[in-house]
Design a protein around this ligand. Structure first.
Ligand SMILES: *Cc1c(COP(=O)(O)O)cnc(C)c1O
Length: 377
């Protein structure tokens, strides 16, 4: 089955009990047993037909065997870290999502899980960070907001050689553009709040693996710690996945045009987009993904100019988050990355005048005209 077909017919595409073409929302907590221990479902934390339908679908579209749905991206990351124990060490991409950095450095540090953050786009940094107690490598590619690229397959070879688990946060690329399990990753996760949901109406997280033992362990943790996704939100994600391919195609067309416009604009100093010829990770990204996605960051001269652009745009909504049908705009230095000291932030390349946009599916001409008037005001 090809990808676009899978998005429609993958997983359990029809309700096995009624034939309903849209998976029903099984809004239920417990199930009648036909005798003690004789049941298909027992309790909805352990299993729910709507959630299971989504879990089978995401496993299919990420080319894995087992999927798991959680109440947020952070809940799925938390479940993954629970695979490890006190004394274990993890190597992670240095510009991981802020919430990931926070949970690792301010929650799991209390349980004596040690983390080293390195620029994983340079493989030597990873090898140099391996310790006797290292158990996993945690990678994001492309990253936020500078869209740095890590060679996932090359990292998987390092992981295999040292018997480490490779975990990839695939939120930015989506299963439509990139399938980390095919590149050698052991665990792939998504903040499904973003492109997979796609309509700014649900907070959710997904995990996919292709190893039976790992799947058993994750299900054990999902059921034990309980951060599951409810049936209504599971249904919204199933619905979102049906149009994921269409949305990503449209988003990418808009994004490529906007990136080209920004690059040619005199008020813009720098554009970060993996699809641009001068992006340092472009070739690696092209090797491991079939599309460049919908995120662009660009630099204007300073914070005041960035604020004036944000003030003037009409079709870009000022908001956190990304990956929706509507275009969103933010200033990382004042929003997502405000907690990082300025000096460190500048070292990472996140300038005061950096603007991040998540491109939606509005008309391309409107989006470009909007940015033009905001930049030139
Ligand atoms: C948003 C995000 C998360 C966290 O997901 P939530 O659904 O907000 O909990 C994790 N990783 C990336 C890359 C994200 O963009």
């Amino acid at each position: 089955m090809k990808k676009k077909t899978k998005f429609i017919h993958g997983g359990i595409s029809r309700d096995p009990y009624t034939g309903a073409v849209s998976t029903p929302i099984y809004q239920v907590s417990t199930y009648k047993q036909d005798g003690v221990g004789n049941f298909k479902y027992e309790y909805s934390r352990t299993g729910n037909p709507t959630r299971e339908s989504l879990e089978k679908l995401i496993a299919d579209i990420e080319n894995g065997t087992h999927g798991f749905a959680f109440g947020s991206g952070m809940a799925s990351i938390t479940a993954i870290v629970h695979l490890f124990a006190a004394g274990d060490h993890i190597i992670a991409t240095d510009d991981v999502y802020g919430g990931t950095f926070r949970v690792l450095t301010r929650v799991f540090n209390r349980f004596n899980i040690e983390v080293t953050f390195v620029d994983t786009s340079d493989l030597e940094n990873i090898t140099a960070a391996i310790q006797p107690n290292t158990k996993a490598i945690y990678v994001e590619s492309p990253t936020n907001p500078l869209l740095k690229i890590t060679d996932i397959h090359a990292v998987s070879e390092i992981a295999k050689k040292h018997q480490l688990k490779l975990i990839v946060d695939n939120t930015f690329s989506t299963p439509y553009w990139q399938n980390p399990l095919d590149l050698g990753a052991d665990i792939v996760l998504h903040s499904a709040t973003k492109y997979i949901g796609g309509h700014s109406d649900v907070v959710a997280g997904l995990i996919v693996v292709k190893d039976e033992k790992l799947a058993k362990n994750i299900h054990f943790i999902q059921n034990s710690t309980g951060g599951i996704l409810g049936p209504q939100d599971s249904w919204l994600l199933i619905r979102g996945i049906k149009t994921l391919a269409l949305r990503m195609e449209e988003i990418e067309k808009n994004t490529a045009a906007i990136a080209a416009f920004l690059q040619a604009h005199p008020q813009v100093d720098k554009v970060y987009y993996p699809g641009l010829e001068n992006h340092p990770g472009r070739d690696i990204h092209r090797k491991q993904a079939t599309g460049f996605g919908g995120m662009i960051s660009f630099e204007v001269k300073d914070e005041a100019k960035a604020l004036s652009v944000l003030d003037r745009v009409q079709y870009f909504t000022l908001a956190e988050s990304l990956g929706a049908v509507e275009s969103l705009i933010s200033i990382p230095a004042l929003m997502t990355h405000a907690s990082i000291p300025r000096e460190r932030r500048l070292e990472l390349g996140i300038a005061d005048g950096l603007i991040r946009i998540s491109v939606g599916i509005e008309d391309q001409d409107d989006l470009i005209a909007d940015l033009k008037q905001a930049l030139e005001a």
